[in-house]
Design a protein around this ligand. Structure first.
Ligand SMILES: [Zn+2]
Ligand SMILES: [Zn+2]
Length: 300
């Protein structure tokens, strides 16, 4: 069974990933419009006919767009969300009523595993981020597992447990604290981002990564994908350095890939030899043109 994880967009101006399990595609968040997604999907060699379901983490608008919800309704694809997410959708919208009447809005609950596909089960993980019911997910099949947590703010041991023993960990590395403090942003925004239900700093994310490594079987985790980097208050090399320090401390080499807002990527195929990547981490892919998105839809 081939399993691929594609980041199409990541950051406070729009998030979308695709998990492809043997041709069964799951769109994980849809914080870009279909038009914005198109070139990114093309770059990742994904087409809509490879998408079979969408899963929503939370309803900050960098994670869902009404135009993409309408597109999912047009394609008659199921949308998995928490019941409390519905309050953010416009009940008068044709997309929401079309999805609802076709039974295509499906609710998940924290901690309750369900099967998206015979070889892909999904367990929602409750995260402290400040939207109604923010979730991370553990996706797993017979011989693979992926952990995904893009908006946290803080973490506890229960989150460590749920993200342990995966092959690929996709995790928020949002900001550098000093850059955030000196950013000149409104103090309320700085307080929110630094707070326990805002976003994880590089150091907080590195500490979580370290705990997950300690709790996991040796050599199980092969890829770290760094997500949701702030464009104003972080740099890929700072996020990579924070994760690399953890690897150096525990004496492990592992692939680190850093997603940036302006272009699609990385794409990771599980089972392929992981490139020892501290040298290659965050290596720029060819320039990719993307319409400028409004900044800070996650308030960050
Ligand atoms: Zn976000
Ligand atoms: Zn958010």
């Amino acid at each position: 069974m081939s399993v691929q994880f594609h980041v199409l967009a990541s950051g406070s101006s729009g998030n979308a990933c695709v998990l492809d399990v043997g041709g069964f595609g799951v769109l994980l968040d849809f914080g870009l419009s279909p038009r914005q997604l198109a070139p990114r999907m093309q770059r990742a060699r994904i087409s809509w006919d490879r998408i079979h379901a969408a899963v929503l983490t939370h309803t900050h608008t960098d994670h869902w767009q009404s135009s993409t919800l309408a597109h999912l309704a047009k394609l008659r694809l199921p949308v998995y969300c928490h019941e409390e997410h519905l309050a953010s959708f416009d009940p008068a919208s044709r997309a929401v009523s079309a999805l609802s009447s076709a039974g295509l809005i499906r609710h998940y609950e924290h901690g309750k595993r369900w099967a998206l596909h015979p070889d892909c089960e999904c367990t929602p993980i409750s995260l402290p981020h400040d939207a109604a019911k923010t979730c991370g997910f553990r996706f797993e099949g017979r011989s693979w597992a992926i952990g995904y947590a893009a908006d946290l703010g803080s973490w506890k041991s229960e989150i460590v447990r749920q993200l342990s023993d995966v092959d690929l960990l996709a995790l928020e590395f949002n900001h550098d604290v000093a850059m955030q403090v000196k950013s000149g942003r409104h103090p309320t925004l700085i307080r929110r981002v630094l707070g326990d239900s805002g976003h994880l700093s590089n150091d907080q994310a590195a500490a979580l990564f370290s705990e997950i490594l300690k709790r996991s079987e040796p050599n199980r985790l092969k890829y770290l994908v760094q997500l949701h980097l702030s464009q104003e208050c972080n740099r890929p090399e700072l996020a990579q350095a924070a994760a690399s320090r953890v690897l150096e401390r525990v004496g492990i080499e592992m692939a680190i890939r850093t997603a940036v807002q302006g272009k699609a990527g990385p794409t990771i195929r599980l089972g392929q030899a992981a490139t020892k990547s501290r040298r290659r981490a965050g290596r720029a892919e060819p320039a990719f043109s993307q319409p400028l998105l409004p900044f800070g839809r996650d308030g960050e």
